[in-house]
Design a protein around this ligand. Structure first.
Ligand SMILES: *Cc1c(COP(=O)(O)O)cnc(C)c1O
Length: 447
């Protein structure tokens, strides 16, 4: 039996799946941060192209993937679905474990799936440059790659502490001709003001978002681009789940568990959403979202309106949140340190259609090492949460079950994290209840 299930390029999906018309309860509308009234689409036009704003609110179940996007996807798509047989044997599993391998993209994660689509719709709207923020650099690298492929310029505001301590993704962005500024920078009013107050400021993701949004809003040729959380980002990521569905059909299997790690929710949702209609029709599929105990948004957060960023620039969105003032402990899974989550995913957790689980950093690194020892590949620290969850699930599942997880990225640019693990310098952080309560007090009083 084949362990690698490969689709031909003709099977790259022709339409993304939009879950909005299928959600059992509709999403609460995003609110204008000033008026606290539902946000009007015009408010978003200074920073997003109309096509993406329409996707954000669309009632169409299928949205066509433009040929130029499919063509760029074909550089690495369809990605393999792999049966992790050696991992199964190592843990004595009576279930099958499959993983959808998104680490084979040019920048090594799932993020280019939306970066390419966003670059395309911005270019079609006459935009010549994209501005964005990046923490550890995965999203900045993906957008720089996509911009290079579609002939756009790309400006990345990278949190200064990562800019200095994690040079490799910054260099990767430069090799795609992207411009990278450590944030805070002198290129925006927000950044310059911050540097005047504190010339040594190491930056934060919230500050970098403020700089990128200001850049896009002040310059007519530029738009802003976000790598997770928004509905249109999750929409673009559904190529992963749509391909997986076909691959499981080829293998003659139905999924019993679909698992992914959660930062903002885009890789998990992109994998599970195409299976949602099956679950709503009564098929017994379990969706499991795996998050760090150090940033337990879905398992310990409140479901309420909050800002998407620390500086309260974004619309208010209804989601599970730890409070926008929440400062996550310094874990190595940089991509999972977000105080909130995608509204679509949070809605499904709220409805009981998605189950959330949280894990300690060390048990995830151990799972990553077992995966490497059996399947040969070194996962991103973020991905290790999905692996840990898949291993636990496979051990407990009914014999003969199919456990499918999303392998969101490789760990070859995260070797410093593995170095810390090998030196036993990782530590386990679990967020104390008091610090969650404290951060939640920063949420606005909006029903
Ligand atoms: C960014 C990232 C994540 C987390 O982001 P989501 O939007 O939750 O998918 C997970 N894994 C990898 C490899 C990433 O780069």
């Amino acid at each position: 039996m084949d362990t690698r299930i490969i689709l031909p390029q003709s099977e790259i999906p022709r339409a993304w799946y939009n879950p909005l018309p299928d959600l059992p309860t509709p999403l609460a509308p995003p609110l204008d941060p000033e008026t606290k009234e539902p946000l009007t689409p015009e408010k978003l036009e200074p920073i997003f192209p109309r096509a993406l704003i329409e996707q954000e609110m669309s009632g169409e179940r299928e949205i066509a993937i433009p040929e130029e996007v499919r063509n760029t996807y074909s550089l690495w798509r369809p990605t393999p679905l792999v049966r992790a047989k050696r991992l199964e044997e190592a843990i004595g599993s009576k279930s099958r474990i499959y993983y959808k391998d998104e680490s084979v993209s040019p920048t090594g994660s799932h993020k280019p799936n939306t970066a390419v689509a966003q670059a395309y719709f911005n270019k079609a709207a006459g935009i010549s440059r994209l501005a964005t923020e990046t923490g550890a650099g995965q999203w900045g690298a993906a957008l720089a790659f996509a911009s290079r492929m579609l002939g756009l310029d790309c400006t990345v505001y990278m949190v200064r502490v990562s800019f200095e301590q994690k040079p490799y993704r910054r260099i990767l962005i430069r090799t795609y001709d992207g411009e990278v500024h450590p944030s805070p920078s002198e290129h925006t009013k927000t950044g310059a003001e911050m540097l005047r107050q504190d010339p040594e400021c190491k930056g934060s993701l919230g500050l970098a978002i403020s700089e990128a949004v200001e850049d896009a809003a002040m310059n007519g040729d530029a738009n802003y681009s976000l790598g997770s959380v928004l509905n249109h980002v999750l929409l673009h990521q559904t190529v992963m789940g749509l391909e997986t569905k076909k691959q499981l059909e080829m293998a003659g299997q139905n999924p019993d568990y679909v698992i992914g790690c959660v930062g903002g929710g885009s890789n998990f949702a992109g994998m599970m959403l195409p299976f949602l209609p099956d679950k709503l029709e009564g098929k017994p599929i379990n969706f499991v979202a795996a998050e760090p105990k150090a940033c337990p948004t879905l398992t310990k957060g409140d479901f309420r309106y909050d800002y998407g960023d620390m500086t309260k620039l974004t619309p208010l969105i209804k989601m599970y949140t730890l409070g926008h003032s929440f400062m996550p402990p310094p874990i190595h899974s940089g991509g999972l340190r977000y105080h909130g989550g995608a509204p679509i995913m949070c809605n499904l957790v709220r409805e009981g259609l998605v189950q959330a689980k949280s894990y300690f950093q060390e048990e995830c690194f151990e799972a990553a090492r077992l995966f490497q020892a059996t399947e040969g590949y070194l996962p991103a620290p973020e991905t290790s949460h999905a692996i840990k969850s898949a291993i636990d699930t496979a051990k407990q599942a009914e014999p003969g079950s199919n456990v499918v997880f999303l392998y969101s990225g490789h760990g070859l640019l995260d070797l410093a994290a593995y170095d810390a693990y090998l030196r036993s310098e990782l530590g386990n952080y679990e967020l104390p209840g008091e610090s969650i309560e404290q951060a939640l007090q920063s949420c606005p009083d909006v029903e």
